[in-house]
Design a binder for this molecule. Sequence first.
Ligand SMILES: Nc1ncnc2c1ncn2[C@@H]1O[C@H](COP(=O)(O)OP(=O)(O)O)[C@@H](O)[C@H]1O
Ligand SMILES: [Mg+2]
Length: 465
Amino acid sequence: MDRSQTRTTVAAVCRSGRTVGITTSLWGAGGFGKTTLASAVCASRRVRRRFRSRIYSFTIGRDVRGRTAVAAKVTEVTRFITGDTKPFEDPDLAGAHLGRLLDKRSRTLLVLDDVWEHEQLAPFLRGGRRCVRLVTTRNPNLLPPGAHRIQVDQMSYAQARAVLTWNLPDLPKALVRNLVLATGRWALLLRLTNSLIAEQCASGAEPAAATEQILHRLRDSGPAAVDDPTATWNLDDPGQRNQAVKASIEAATTLLPPSGPDRFTELGIFAEDESIPIPVVALLWQASGGLTEIQTRTLCRDMERLSLVGLDPANGGTLSLHDVVRDYLRNAFGTAGLARVNGLLIDTIAATLPTAPPLAPDHPSPERAWWQLTTGYLLDHLIDHFLAAGRIPLAEAVAGDIRWVQARLTQRGPTAPWSDLTGIDTARTRTLARGLAQTAHLLSPTEPRHALIGVLHNRLDTHPH
Ligand SMILES: Nc1ncnc2c1ncn2[C@@H]1O[C@H](COP(=O)(O)OP(=O)(O)O)[C@@H](O)[C@H]1O
Ligand SMILES: [Mg+2]
């Protein structure tokens, strides 16, 4: 559904050499269509003509917190765009380095999706004279002075109606109107509601009756008197946003097969803003619900039809979860539930790997050869899953094991094993991270691999554990 803001943003991106920010007026609220708008801008003909193949999109997200993590993100972006792998501990130095490299390149569009804090953005604004930054954020205050701001809030009535009735048979006007009001013209909710009605119609339900049903559901759990047809959500209020999402998701999950709602909730353990490989989901669901990979794929498809998840069939299939939906799932689960399911995932993965002895008798045991994992998602987030399961000693043992460091180094470059260590933040990992950082200048890709590993062994082994 095209929005007027698409044209405004395309014009701003093509005309100005400045930063362009897509924001909401509601602080902290997601699901209004910022990411969708940014993608539409990148896909537009005018933008592609202007920037050619030099359009790069990165999601920052809430989880990139603290100087170390921000520096690692900047390094990752630098590596992706320029191939340069120079590691930095300091986000400002990392940003200045990226800026210098961008200065040497022709016109570039850098999309930074879902920025939460000023500290996450500042390093990306340095240098890069011919680089336009397109930033999406729920926090308009973090945009630099002079940035061109584009507001994306509730949809207009006509847009909302178009999203709500997309691909549906004709519905009574008054019913559509009431449902548009009941969704608060919130893009995320409109899409969920549309899919819910479409899915019921596809199996022969009477369209008006199905629509009536979801309208009641939204109203019953709604913010105002049930008998007030014009009652709408106050989307400024996080409590009401949660309630609105809860009503729609619960309505949608009733259409899943019997154990579907539980399996769906379990998806809340996966990392935010990440594509989750379906084979990894299959491992989890095999352990939690006895599902085969084929059943997992079928269930993922059911969830996609209801717009509960996004599904990309490329690379063996990946799922994506909007953070508003993920937040809902995590709340529904609670900390203990999340820890339990994270533990289940870890144990299931462990069972696929050979056992591994500690490097020396006095070294902590990693238990399994985690470094033999080949799935990017698992290598990137294994340590997070250990921590979420409360398995701190295991996290320490793996992140501090030279075999893991080597695997991460090869996979993502020097900042990855260092970020793994700093994410754990215990006395032991702090020491190891320092040791690794002191070695970082030696970890250039030109260094022969065996020499590098030798250096690392030396560094990590001579540090007191
Ligand atoms: N222009 C649009 N047309 C149709 N659906 C949209 C549009 N914008 C957003 N949506 C729906 O709303 C959901 C949330 O949008 P998204 O862009 O992810 O929001 P945000 O980035 O603001 O959190 C999307 O998954 C999509 O289903
Ligand atoms: Mg977004």
